[in-house]
Design a protein around this ligand. Structure first.
Ligand SMILES: CC(=O)N[C@H]1[C@@H](OP(=O)(O)OP(=O)(O)OC[C@H]2O[C@@H](n3ccc(=O)[nH]c3=O)[C@H](O)[C@@H]2O)O[C@H](CO)[C@@H](O)[C@@H]1O
Ligand SMILES: C=C(OP(=O)(O)O)C(=O)O
Length: 418
C-alpha cells in the first residue's frame, strides 16, 4: 500500500492546473450508454474511480479508446451484458449510475448494490423508488438491483431528500422515456448541470437544470457528442486550503470559480486574498488563518466534499470554528487523525468544535476516506516535521497526481511505494 511522506513548513508558490471534475466525469461516462454513436469526452481526469467506471463500461461491451491524455471516446454500439458485478461496483458508489441508462436504452439491468461506505450508509432507496415511478419493474435480490421496463414512462418524481446521484440517475433515465418527467427537489450541483449539458449536446430535451425543478421531455434516441468536463471545484478548493494553511501565492489554471461561490467566500473570510478570472484563481496568504465556521448543505450551500479540508485549515487558525456536517452521518473520521497531529477538536454528534492551535506536529496518520485524506495532506504541509500518511489509495480515487502537483508548488512530498 502506497504512503505519502510530507515534511511540512514550506510555503506554496507557483502554478497548478486543475483536472476535470471526478464527480461530473463519472455520471457523464455512464451517460454514453444512452447512444450507439461515439461520444468524445475531454478534460477527463486519470483517476482510479474513472478507471473503475471504464472497467464497468468495458465489461458491458462499450468500446473505449483514449485518443490523447484526458480525451476518451466511448461507443456503446455492441452492448453484450446488462450486468455490473459486485467486484467492480463495491469499490465505488457512482457505478450504480449505469442502472438508469441500461434500463432506459435496453429495457433491463442488473447492478450490484454499492458497497458500504466509510462516510455513511448511503442507501440507494431513492434511486429505486424514482425508477419505479418511471415505470420500471425493479427489486433488490441477493445484493443486486434487478430492473426491467419495456419503455420508461415520464412521470413526476419528488425525492425525500436532495440527492445528487438520484437526480443524475433520473436525468439519464428520463432522457429516453416516453413523455415528460418532472424532477422536484432536484440537486443543483454544478456536476448535475454538467451532466444535463452533455445530455443536451446528445439531443436530450432538458430545462431547469441548476434549479430544484428539472423538466425532461423524453426523446426516441440520443446521438453522439463531443464534450468537455467541467473543472473540479473540490480539487481547486483543496489547493486553496493548502495555500491557506502554508501561506504563499498560487495560481490555479483550468479552474471554474463560478461553481465555487460558497467555498471562495469562506476562504476569503479565513484571510486568503483571492482574485478570479473566467478560468483561473489566484490566491495568496500571509499570516495565520482566521477560524471560519461552516455548515454543509446541498449546492449552493457549502459542499460536504470540502468539509474536511476546511477543518484542516481551522486547526491552525486564530480562534474557534464550529463545523456542522449535515449531509453524511459519519464524515468526521479525519478528526482523530488531525488530533494525532496536535489539533484541538471536540466532537458532538454532527458538530465539531475546532479550537485553533498555533502549530501542528508531524505524525503517522491514516487516510480513511477520500476527503479525509486531503485534509491530512493539508495539515501535514503546515505541520512542523515529518508526516507519513498511510492508505492513500483513498486519495488516488479522486485526486490526479496530487503529490506531483504539490511538489510543483514547492511542497516537500513524496510517494512511498509499498
Ligand atoms: C460521485 C459523486 O458525485 N459523489 C458525490 C455525490 O454523492 P451521492 O450522489 O452518493 O450523494 P447524495 O446526494 O445522493 O446523498 C445525499 C444524502 O442522501 C442520502 N441518500 C441518497 C440517495 C438515496 O437513494 N437515499 C439516501 O438516503 C445519502 O445517504 C446522503 O445522506 O453527492 C455527495 C453530496 O454532495 C458528494 O459528497 C459526493 O462526492
Ligand atoms: C464522497 C465522494 O465521492 P463518492 O461519492 O464517489 O464516494 C467525494 O468525492 O468526496
Amino acid at each position: 500500500m502506497d504512503k505519502l511522506r510530507i515534511t511540512g513548513g514550506n510555503r506554496l508558490s507557483g502554478e497548478v492546473t486543475i483536472s476535470g471534475a471526478k464527480n461530473a466525469a463519472l455520471p457523464i461516462l455512464c451517460a454514453t450508454l444512452l447512444t450507439a454513436e461515439p461520444v468524445v469526452l475531454r478534460n477527463v481526469p486519470a483517476l482510479n474511480d474513472i478507471h473503475t467506471t471504464l472497467k464497468v463500461l468495458g465489461q458491458l461491451g462499450v468500446n473505449i479508446q483514449w485518443l490523447e491524455e484526458g480525451v476518451v471516446q466511448l461507443q456503446a454500439n455492441q452492448i453484450n451484458s446488462y450486468e455490473a458485478p459486485y467486484e467492480l461496483v463495491k469499490t465505488m458508489r457512482a457505478s450504480i449510475l449505469v442502472l438508469g441508462p441500461l434500463l432506459a436504452r435496453f429495457g433491463q439491468a442488473k447492478v450490484s448494490l454499492p458497497g458500504g461506505c466509510a462516510i455513511g450508509q448511503r442507501p440507494v432507496d431513492q434511486h429505486i423508488k424514482g425508477l419505479a415511478t418511471l415505470g420500471a419493474d425493479i427489486r433488490v435480490e441477493h445484493g443486486f438491483v434487478l430492473a426491467k421496463a419495456s419503455r420508461l414512462q415520464g412521470a413526476s418524481i419528488h425525492t425525500d431528500m436532495v440527492t445528487v446521484g438520484g437526480t443524475e440517475q433520473f436525468l439519464m433515465s428520463a432522457a429516453l422515456a416516453k413523455g415528460t418527467t418532472i424532477l422536484e427537489n432536484a440537486a443543483r450541483e454544478p456536476e448535475v448541470v454538467d451532466l444535463a449539458e452533455l445530455l443536451i449536446a446528445m439531443g436530450a430535451k432538458i430545462s431547469g437544470h441548476g434549479t430544484d425543478r428539472i423538466v425532461i421531455e423524453g426523446v426516441e434516441q440520443l446521438h453522439g457528442a463531443d464534450y468537455r468536463v467541467v473543472p473540479d471545484r473540490i480539487e481547486a478548493g483543496t489547493f486553496l486550503c493548502a495555500v491557506g494553511a502554508t501561506g504563499g501565492d498560487i495560481l490555479l489554471r483550468n479552474a471554474a470559480p463560478a461553481t465555487m461561490g460558497a467555498i471562495l467566500d469562506k476562504l476569503e473570510e479565513s484571510g486568503l486574498d483571492l482574485e478570479t478570472g473566467p478560468d483561473w484563481i489566484r490566491a495568496s496568504m500571509s499570516g495565520r488563518p482566521r477560524a471560519v465556521g461552516i455548515k454543509t448543505f446541498e449546492h449552493p450551500g457549502f459542499p460536504t466534499d470540502m468539509q474536511a479540508q476546511i477543518m484542516a485549515l481551522d486547526t491552525i487558525a486564530n480562534g474557534t470554528a464550529v463545523i456542522v456536517e449535515n449531509i453524511f452521518e459519519n464524515r468526521f473520521m479525519h478528526v482523530p487523525e488531525l488530533i494525532r497531529m496536535g489539533a484541538d477538536i471536540e466532537l458532538d454528534g454532527h458538530t465539531a468544535v475546532v479550537n485553533g492551535v498555533s502549530q501542528l506536529f508531524g505524525a503517522k496518520v491514516m487516510a480513511t476516506d477520500l476527503r479525509a485524506s486531503a485534509s491530512l495532506v493539508i495539515a501535514a504541509l503546515a505541520a512542523s516535521g515529518e508526516t507519513i500518511i498511510d492508505r492513500i489509495y483513498h486519495l488516488d480515487r479522486g485526486y490526479e497526481q496530487m503529490e506531483v502537483k504539490l511538489k510543483g508548488l514547492g511542497a516537500q512530498i513524496e510517494r512511498l511505494r509499498g
